[in-house]
Write a protein that binds this ligand. Structure first.
Ligand code: GLU
Length: 368
């Protein structure tokens, strides 16, 4: 399988089929593809726009004269309708969906980031399809920097958050062209972009439909590829565009992540390594980490040195002091000191809460 974990971003113009309301047939097409991908063993997280459009349509003709509801109010109305539509369409395929609403703050804050990451991973493991949108009702403004503003960026953050293998942004255009295809009939589709440089960015132009446009898609592609995620921008109206992209077949414009995916994640974790403390594991845990790519459990921790916070990148050493790995810890140093050596079943009773069985999940570990 070319890509296992996939983030599929569906833009408003795709979900409305260009109309002023959700187009259930267009949505059903996409649902069918997600269901088939899952049946083939892929994991799919959906980032869905369309709340504003759905809300506007629902409120049409009901708004007292002279009033115009806020963007937040419109999105709140639309979001429930959007989720209801997804829920029903997926239910036809006996597939459970989950609504995940995020703001910039949730992603910028380390704890929010970890919590969102854990929830998405739990949902994937539970077999549900997470459907993510920005929490427009509370993501009030750019001044407080709580709002991302468009779902292209959101989808890149989500792809980064869950260590996706591929981000597919499906829209109503075929991809990135070397000039504006609406003005130049000779415009050529760029099939593969190795580097998003100033020349490529200039091809993004301004926004056209929805909140995003090619410019925001290119920025999102940059964020995702830097995090080691391959990106495809393709026309979602083409049959099976999502499935083809997930299988690595040429569709639209693809942006391969530079270098090895593990390498860039490693760079990221290594760049954030805490100098304030480290974890010493017993010999058994050291060999489980080195040899078998296991998660680090509290049971394998011999001691904790120095201080660090939950979410910090912390070094793991063996009893001889050799570096074994570095990883993003689910527990702060003080918490680990209390649960070290314990079976994970006892975390909750010892701390009064728990952030999962693993001290450091294997997805968040880089072995030296
Ligand atoms: N969160 C917005 C919505 O659901 C979409 C933002 C965008 O168009 O990218 O309506």
């Amino acid at each position: 399988m070319r890509y296992r974990r996939i983030v599929a971003k569906f833009g408003t113009s795709l979900l409305t089929a260009g109309s002023n309301r959700l187009d259930l047939e267009a949505m059903a097409q996409l649902v069918g593809q997600v269901v088939r991908l899952r049946a083939a063993g892929h994991e799919v997280v959906v980032v869905s726009s369309g709340a504003q459009a759905a809300g506007r349509h629902r409120l049409r003709g009901r708004i007292p004269a002279g009033r115009s509801p806020s963007r937040q109010a419109i999105a709140s109305v639309g979001q429930s309708h959007l989720m209801q539509s997804w829920d029903e369409l997926f239910d036809w395929h006996d597939t459970v969906v989950a609504q995940v609403l995020l703001t910039r703050r949730d992603l910028a804050d380390r704890l929010g980031y970890l919590n969102a990451r854990n929830t998405l991973r739990d949902l994937i493991e539970a077999g549900a399809v997470p459907i993510v949108n920005e929490n427009d009702a509370v993501a009030l403004d750019q001044v407080l920097a709580t709002r991302i503003g468009e779902n292209d960026s959101l989808s890149a953050y989500v792809a980064n958050l869950i260590d996706a293998d591929l981000l597919v942004m499906l829209t109503d255009v075929a991809g990135l062209f070397d000039s504006d295809p609406r003005q130049n009939p000779e415009a050529r589709l760029l099939e593969r972009v190795e580097r998003i440089d100033a020349t490529i960015e200039s091809l993004g132009g301004g926004a056209h439909t929805g909140t995003g446009g090619m410019a925001t898609k290119l920025r999102a592609a940059q964020v995702a590829t830097q995090a080691g995620v391959d990106v495809v921008i393709a026309n979602g109206r083409e049959p099976d565009a999502l499935i083809a992209s997930a299988n690595g077949e040429q569709r639209g414009t693809s942006f391969p992540a530079p270098g090895d995916r593990i390498e860039s994640r490693k760079r990221w974790i290594l760049a954030h390594i805490s100098r304030e403390g480290h974890i010493v594991v017993d010999a058994g845990a050291a060999s489980a980490l080195r040899g078998h790519g296991r998660s680090l459990l509290p049971a394998g921790i011999a001691s904790v040195t120095g201080t660090f916070e939950r979410g910090d990148a912390v070094e793991i050493r063996d009893p001889a002091g050799n570096r074994v790995a570095v990883g993003t810890t689910n527990y702060a140093s003080g918490e680990l000191a209390r649960i070290r050596g314990l079976h994970s079943d006892r975390i909750a009773e010892t701390l009064g809460y728990d952030f999962g069985d693993e001290a450091i999940h294997r997805d968040n570990l880089v072995i030296y």
